[in-house]
Design a protein around this ligand. Sequence first.
Ligand code: 3HC
Length: 284
Amino acid sequence: MKVRKVGVVGCGLMGSGITQVCAQSGYRVVVSETNDEFLNKGLASIRSTLTEDVARGKLSPQGKDSILVRIKGTTNTRDFSDCDLIIEAASENMDFKKKIFVELDRICREDTILATNTSSLSVIDMAMVTTKPDKVLGLHFFNPVRVMSLVEVVRTIVTSDETVEIGKTFSESLGKSVVIVKDTPGFIVNSLLIPFLLNAICMLEADIASKEDIDTAINLGLNHPMGPLMLSDLMGLDTLLLVADAQYEQSKDPKYWAPPLLRKMVTAGWLGRKTGKGFYEYAL
Ligand code: 3HC
């Protein structure tokens, strides 16, 4: 099956990035949100990124228009009925995601591939609420989507080889490199990254070094583009906590135990870049 039309469920940080990258790669895309306010916000962020690209001479005005014309925003799930591949990028809540998969399974064609962009939740739990679990897989993108060149293709024990191949070919057509991984807590990247970020927060909490020095050490000592506390702010501290808790819940491995400082910051609404305050302060 050749993918021509893509659906994206959710137009937040990840959903809007995935939508933009798909449209830029020539796909027609339907993207949904739960209400007009969220949808308009997500579509506005895509328009503004493309407008910046035009201002910087990286994209022609006609190029921008041809990308935008390929994107259709909706609040009606029925608009996904003729999509070949649908990527769920809704919030990290299993009950919510299962409801989305039930609905997509009901309205889509027999051969439609359903993917989740989950960071850490069990893909097979979503697959098994559908009638075609062999056509369900994970396509895990990284933030910022248009810059990060990896997609983790996640296969469950029931995902068919054909579905994996379609997911791989599709991700590569977006200019991404692909790794294939089994449906395990955190897949490859988050199972290594989350303990690293949590350890950095524990180190700050224990007053072993300042936040700037922890970040500088990793930035210069390991050549990472940003230190772990700055990266946590970029991911969103609420997302980091959700991912850590989900990985802990599935594995009971203490390496995923979230330190109290992270929980307190999330409770205080200090969620990182998106709220203007996390470990650092940001202009909104
Ligand atoms: N959103 C979108 N685009 C952004 C961005 C953002 N927040 N920040 C930077 N960019 C773009 C810029 O527009 C620029 O694009 P261009 O190449 O088309 O001009 C490009 O990124 C480079 O930006 P800058 O030169 O301004 O900045 P840097 O060179 O410092 O790069 C960075 C910024 C790309 C964010 C870099 O610091 C980086 O790679 N950081 C690590 C990011 C990372 O590890 N992401 C993974 C997070 S984990 C995850 O997503 C998993 C999930 O499950 C939680």
